[in-house]
Design a protein around this ligand. Structure first.
Ligand SMILES: [Zn+2]
Length: 74
């Protein structure tokens, strides 16, 4: 899984702007994972996005970033 560094996302464990998110594609959902590049904390799977409800990869990317900020951000 490719992890992408988020902009404007502060790790709630260490306070560094170093949160990375990755999505794992499954047939009907995309699973969203978050990890901090600074302290190494693995937030694990922070949520899922139902592919039925999105327009395409861009929206999955936007929504997963929002989810990551909400669940792992300070
Ligand atoms: Zn951290």
């Amino acid at each position: 899984m490719r992890m992408i560094m988020l902009t404007d996302a502060t790790c709630k464990k260490c306070g560094a702007d170093a949160l990375c998110k990755g999505t794992k594609d499954e047939p009907t959902i995309a699973k969203v994972f978050v990890r901090c590049d600074e302290c190494g904390h693995d937030f694990g799977m922070v949520g899922t996005i139902k592919k039925d409800n999105v327009d395409g990869p861009d929206e999955i990317s936007d929504r997963s970033a929002e989810m990551a900020r909400k669940r792992a951000g300070a």
